[in-house]
Design a protein around this ligand. Structure first.
Ligand SMILES: Cc1cc2nc3c(=O)[nH]c(=O)nc-3n(C[C@H](O)[C@H](O)[C@H](O)COP(=O)(O)OP(=O)(O)OC[C@H]3O[C@@H](n4cnc5c(N)ncnc54)[C@H](O)[C@@H]3O)c2cc1C
Length: 357
């Protein structure tokens, strides 16, 4: 948006330690063999836009007072700083997780599971979310349903048990209808749903995971979602409170002048999901454009976003979330349909084209 508005007249520097972007949902596609880890990587070097330069560097320090960023390759001083470093995974917060289980929230974890899932033919699977908040609240439910599909397709489902442990009371709390649809899908597929519980530890030697109420669940395959937290460099900057960067929801401004925070790293009152990171980014871009042009700024960030949900058997549903525009948080459910399969595909391909084309 900044490049479209100003071309080369504004200097935009995009810094990321990795060389490519991967959509969150692509990790499930990789895990279940719909595509490969290489095929879903979108190289940042493909972003060729006037005024925008990409630097593959690791940020080692942020000084929000001075809007100063230090990387492993140098220093950057900015008039406007947008912190968008996402949420990191805190493997150490759950004893045994790193060694005793598998996770499907990183590219490497999803790629590893793409080797394991097709060979798993018998035994107990526990899909366990270690703590909330975590990225994309419906993703672990999708994992359970897609795993059921994969085991059924290979004719081994009857020899397997699937349990799904979730810290939330329901799969998608702001949308009772979406939650009910997922819960009835779990029941129809004989997936044991254990809501309101966290994973406390994973014991890979005994093949047992402990929940926060002391219950133990045995497993032959553990698929975990690690506890999340802001990256260390953000915490060290002094910008965080309760683990994330507080922002004014309407504007995404931090308490530091000229410093915004968007996406999973921020506490904007919305779920941690890409569609909200994108919506927040739009509002920030509009404010920057207005500031540079000395024109009227945009309306407040509305916290709206649509999340596509894999229901298994090739079906996709959608929940339309609205967290900030009204007096209450709402989420309306759109039942799975062929049209939504096509819509999800368009969601990904249109963004690929716009951002990387
Ligand atoms: C399995 C799964 C399924 C998902 N499905 C969906 C979905 O269907 N819809 C949806 O909307 N969301 C989905 N998500 C969530 C979505 O991927 C995230 O919420 C989204 O990517 C957050 O965007 P972000 O820009 O805040 O952070 P990120 O996308 O995590 O980006 C942060 C970037 O910061 C970089 N970084 C971090 N630290 C440093 C540093 N020190 N120096 C330099 N760079 C650094 C990282 O390399 C990273 O590229 C899913 C997530 C998962 C794991």
């Amino acid at each position: 948006m900044l490049s479209e508005a100003f071309g080369g007249d504004l200097e935009v520097t995009l810094i990321d330690k990795t060389d490519a972007f991967v959509f969150g949902f692509s990790k499930l596609d990789v895990m279940f063999g719909r595509t490969t880890a290489d095929a879903v990587r979108l190289p940042y070097s493909d972003i060729v836009k006037p005024g925008v330069r990409f630097r593959q560097e690791t940020i080692t320090a942020i000084d929000p007072e001075r809007r100063w960023v230090t990387t492993d390759a140098g220093d950057y001083e900015a008039d406007i700083l947008v912190i968008a470093l996402g949420a990191d995974y805190d493997f150490d917060a759950t004893p045994g997780l790193a060694d005793g289980g598998n996770e499907f929230y990183t590219e490497a974890g999803a790629a590893r599971l793409a080797e394991i899932v097709p060979t798993f033919s018998e035994g107990r699977v526990v899909i366990g979310v270690c703590d909330a908040p975590y990225k994309c609240p419906p993703a672990p439910s999708e994992c359970a349903l897609l795993l059921d599909d994969a085991l059924t397709a290979r004719g081994v489902r009857d020899a397997c048990e699937i349990s799904f442990v979730l810290p939330l009371g329901r799969p998608v709390p702001p949308s009772p209808e979406t939650s009910a649809a997922l819960e009835s899908e779990f029941a129809a597929r004989n997936i044991t749903f254990i809501p309101g519980r966290r994973i406390s530890s994973v014991d890979g030697a005994r093949n047992v995971t402990a929940l926060d109420d002391g219950t133990e669940l045995p497993f032959e395959l553990f698929l975990g979602v690690p506890k999340h937290r802001a990256p260390d460099v953000v915490i060290a900057s002094g910008m965080t409170e309760d683990g994330y960067v507080p922002v004014e929801s309407a504007t995404l401004r931090t308490r530091y002048p000229g410093v915004f925070a968007i996406g999973d790293v921020a506490t904007a009152g919305v779920p941690k999901a890409g569609v909200f990171a994108e919506g927040a980014a739009r509002v920030v871009a509009r404010q920057v454009i207005a500031e540079v042009r000395d024109s009227e700024g945009p309306g407040p960030y509305d916290g709206r976003g649509s999340c596509y949900i894999e229901f298994g058997s090739g079906r996709v549903g959608r929940v339309d979330i609205d967290f900030l525009s009204g007096p209450t948080k709402t989420g309306s459910f759109n039942a799975p349909s062929a049209a939504l399969v096509a819509e999800k595909e368009h969601f990904g391909s249109s963004r690929r084209a716009r951002w990387f084309g």
